[in-house]
Design a protein around this ligand. Structure first.
Ligand code: HSE
Length: 299
């Protein structure tokens, strides 16, 4: 290995309201994974510093190893440096970013034996659902569905001036816990509610006509159940909508709430934080925008 390998991976917001396990959007907030020649070590700075494992249990490292296991080569010894901007366990795709950082740096070091679709498949298998991995790798808004074992993705265009406000609570929401509270069955009425809205969401984004986005970001399949564990959610979403958001929803499995806007981001952020505070919740506001760029290697 001659030079350092640097991978940048964006944050993502999965579900986007009605698109449970099927829709996700990449956000302009980035983690960096750098590998360089040297004794094995993992240094984490930014989000997760002093919190994430820095041994063989680290997700970046475990995914890096998967590349070499797949191609049947010994795992090279390298030093990892992770500079993280994506908050952990807040529904912003930190684990997808970590595993793609490992897969893409390993793939580059090995001379690119894996194609992008192969990386996508391995990543989505590790996560069990494609709605974070697909936008993190491919950028923009992605639809991801499985046909048997085959993962099919499609890009959805969106207006260039779309902005995002995130309320990121101090309260964490581990995805496995947030999934365990979902029942195994859904009623036909709820399925119909979400099918129409997911279709409307895609149409709204592609056409740029966002006046239906307030309906198109509603959900019956996971948010009502998660609301029972995360009581302030409803009030924060309502506050965002009343402040003029075009649409608002629980980001991934939570605990962050995402609002779309074109021009009212400061009012929306203030009102979301105020509603959270009134529910006894503390947190941060992040102003960002969607990115059509997915994970990439920096030269
Ligand atoms: N679709 C997943 C869920 C997202 O809602 O559980 C998790 O990142």
């Amino acid at each position: 290995m001659i030079d350092d390998i640097v991978v940048k991976i964006p944050a993502t917001s999965a579900n986007m309201g009605p698109g449970f396990d099927s829709l996700g959007i990449a956000l302009d907030i980035w983690n960096e994974v750098r590998i360089s020649k040297g004794t094995f070590s993992i240094k984490v700075s930014g989000k997760g510093e002093n919190e994430l494992p820095t041994d063989a249990d680290n997700l970046v490292y475990k995914s890096f190893c998967q590349v070499f296991e797949k191609i049947g080569e010994p795992i090279p010894e390298v030093a990892f440096e992770c500079v993280n901007q994506i908050p952990l366990t807040r529904g912003m795709g930190s684990s997808s970013a970590a595993l793609l950082g490992g897969l893409m740096s390993g793939n580059a070091l090995a001379g690119f034996p894996l194609s992008i679709p192969e990386i996508l498949n391995i990543g989505a298998k590790i996560e069990n659902h494609p709605d974070n991995v697909a936008p993190a790798l491919l950028g923009g808004v992605q639809i991801g569905i499985y046909d048997q074992d085959e993962l099919i993705t499609a890009s959805v265009t969106f207006p260039e001036d779309l902005k995002v406000v995130l309320y990121v609570p101090n309260q964490i929401m581990p995805t496995d816990q947030a999934r365990n509270i979902l029942g195994p069955k859904v009623a036909r009425k709820e399925a119909v509610y979400n099918i129409g809205r997911a279709a409307l969401l895609v149409q709204s984004l592609i056409s740029g006509d966002l006046h239906n986005l307030k309906y198109a970001t509603q959900d019956m399949l996971h948010q009502p159940q998660r609301q029972r564990q995360f009581f302030p959610m409803k009030n924060i979403i309502r506050a965002a909508m009343e402040a003029g958001a075009l649409g608002a929803f629980l980001s991934g499995a939570g605990s962050s709430i995402l609002a779309f806007t074109k021009d009212r981001e400061y009012t929306i952020g203030y009102e979301m934080a105020d509603a959270a505070m009134k529910s006894g919740l503390d947190g941060d506001i992040i102003f960002t925008c969607p990115t059509s760029k997915g994970a990439y290697l920096e030269n």
